[in-house]
Design a protein around this ligand. Structure first.
Ligand SMILES: Nc1nc2c(c(=O)[nH]1)N[C@@H](CN(C=O)c1ccc(C(=O)N[C@@H](CCC(=O)O)C(=O)O)cc1)CN2
Ligand SMILES: NCC(=O)N[C@@H]1O[C@H](COP(=O)([O-])[O-])[C@@H](O)[C@H]1O
Length: 214
């Protein structure tokens, strides 16, 4: 029985969020990680995918390659997996506007801050420098503007006076691993409901016109 939601995960590094999503796609979730794409050949997330018997691809940036050229190769790799949901999980490349515009509503990202605070890089250090009392993680839809897409789910953590980037990022990571699998489940349930509604409408059209649209 094919799953309702085919999930493709893009990574650049350790893949702890990938692992949380793999572990979260259990019998209670009608979703499956069908592939992992990395822009770094030594990303440990590729090892995690191999252990889970998930197909992988590497799309490595070439010297002096324009962003659009890279994205075109990335798109070819993505299309092989025919995903319903594309999950950026520590994928450390800014994607071109035309590339992202093809996947609006189908591509999500996890960002280590309480967006709209601290878009971009080095978020934990920035929160410490600002002496913030709270920090966290955000899952958002990806749009061309960096880290500016509609937020789907956030998790907050306290910031302690003796925190370092290491202690704070570890506390944020724990919350990331809780919320990202929830977002995958939410997206899968929404897709299932959409497919059921479409089937209902097709049945109604057969009743009215004697046929369903192609
Ligand atoms: N068009 C978009 N692309 C990406 C988004 C987005 O919202 N819109 N989210 C990012 C993820 N991200 C933070 O969550 C992020 C990733 C990478 C960078 C960045 O500056 N990358 C540099 C290279 C850095 C490196 O190689 O270490 C770059 O691409 O030049 C900022 C934020 C994913 N893409
Ligand atoms: N701007 C993007 C960004 O910084 N993403 C961050 O990269 C880490 C990847 O960890 P992982 O490889 O262990 O999932 C995560 O903490 C994620 O929030």
């Amino acid at each position: 029985m094919p799953v309702c939601c085919r999930v493709l995960v893009l990574i650049s590094g350790n893949g702890s969020n990938l692992q949380a999503i793999i572990d979260g796609c259990d019998d209670n979730v009608d979703a499956e990680v069908v592939g992992v794409i990395s822009n770094k050949p030594d990303a440990y997330g590729l090892v995690r995918a191999h252990h889970a018997e998930i197909n992988t691809s590497c799309v490595i940036a070439r010297k002096d390659e324009r962003r659009q050229q890279y994205d075109s190769r990335l798109q070819q790799a993505i299309e092989q997996y025919q995903p319903d949901l594309i999950v950026l999980a520590g994928f450390m490349r800014i994607l071109s506007d035309e590339f992202v515009s093809q996947y609006i509503g189908q591509m999500v990202n996890i960002h280590p801050s309480l967006l709209p605070k601290y878009a971009g890089l080095h978020t934990h250090q920035r929160a410490l420098d600002a002496k913030d009392k709270e920090h966290g993680a955000s899952v958002h839809f990806v749009i061309p503007e960096l880290d500016a897409g509609p937020v789907i789910l956030q998790a907050k953590v306290p910031v302690y006076e003796d925190d370092t980037v290491e202690t704070l990022s570890s506390r944020v990571h724990e919350q990331e691993h809780a919320i990202y699998p929830l977002v995958v489940k939410w997206f899968s349930l929404n897709r299932l409901k959409m497919l059921e509604n479409q089937a209902y409408l097709d049945d109604q059209l057969i009743g009215i016109h004697g046929y369903a649209p192609d």
